[in-house]
Ligand binder design. Structure first.
Ligand SMILES: Cc1cc2nc3c(=O)[nH]c(=O)nc-3n(C[C@H](O)[C@H](O)[C@H](O)COP(=O)(O)O)c2cc1C
Length: 253
């Protein structure tokens, strides 16, 4: 099996930015990173999804298969590994989208458990799956994805989305998740270090993001125990940031 851990060590991840992170955009803005994440894409049968239309697909391989082939290939020009992030109210649609990403040549799949959009939260999904009372559904949802797919799986979460998010990491670890992408809000701060300390385990890969804008801040987050750092907002302002930050981190490793 392909090594999913080493490529992320001391890595820079271009985080998913809904409405921005398509293949060409990731190729440009994620150049030189360790991993770029396409999406988050939404798969939904309705017509009223409140999201940029380019990132919303109707269920069915015929609606996103070609798109994924084209955009995963385009993202490869970044030189980074390529991940695909999805959110859907339907588990079968989520799984099929991941399988299509796998067929398109992606290296990682990422489930967006970080959305606070009403279409998800009102159904107890995405970030709401991390709430304690939804943990049975969380176990079911994640186990089904892990059983059906073979690419390394990343759980994308935000520590401030629910009061139970940090404990939900252990719930997901219990069903086999070992890569977590955590938006901690202000990663370079003391609070960020404390979250890293609470979540880190020898067998676990932690991609930590939130408020990282400079190589110095990225180094600090790695020194606090993160395996990789994620950037979104700062990368949108500077297409060279990921490459510069990655070079700085690798120089030290
Ligand atoms: C405009 C914008 C769109 C985003 N869209 C998504 C998304 O679709 N899915 C997701 O999991 N996170 C999304 N995020 C969160 C980012 O991936 C990242 O976790 C967060 O912004 C913290 O990193 P930063 O401080 O470097 O921006 C978005 C962030 C921004 C700023």
């Amino acid at each position: 099996m392909k090594d999913s851990v080493s490529p992320l060590k001391n890595g820079v991840v271009l985080a998913e930015i809904g409405s921005h992170s398509n293949g060409p955009w990731c190729a440009e803005y994620g150049a030189g990173a360790a991993l770029v994440v396409l999406g988050t894409f939404i798969v939904d049968a309705r017509d009223d999804v409140p999201y940029n239309r380019d990132f919303v697909f109707k269920p069915g391989r015929e609606n996103y298969g070609d798109y994924l082939n084209e955009h995963v290939a385009a993202a490869r020009d970044s030189g980074a590994a390529v991940g695909v992030s999805v959110a859907s109210v339907n588990l079968d649609d989520t799984i099929d989208f991941f399988l299509a990403a796998e067929e398109a040549g992606a290296d990682y799949i990422s489930e967006c458990l970080h959305s606070t959009m009403d279409m998800f939260v009102s159904r107890g999904l995405s970030s709401a799956l991390l709430r304690r009372d939804n943990w049975p559904a969380l176990r079911e949802w994640i186990s089904a994805i892990l059983d059906a797919t073979s690419l390394p799986f990343i759980a994308k979460i935000g520590v401030h989305d629910t009061p139970d998010t940090e404990q939900a990491v252990e719930v997901m670890a219990g069903v086999g998740v070992n890569i977590f992408h955590v938006n901690v809000g202000d990663a370079p701060s003391e609070h960020g270090s404390q979250v890293i300390n609470r979540l880190r385990r020898p067998e676990r890969v932690l991609i930590i993001g939130g408020g990282i804008r400079t190589s110095e801040q990225a180094r600090k987050v790695i020194a606090a125990g993160a395996d990789a750092v994620a950037v979104a907002s700062a990368a949108m302002d500077d297409p060279n940031l990921c490459g510069r930050m990655q070079a700085a981190l690798r120089r030290r490793s």
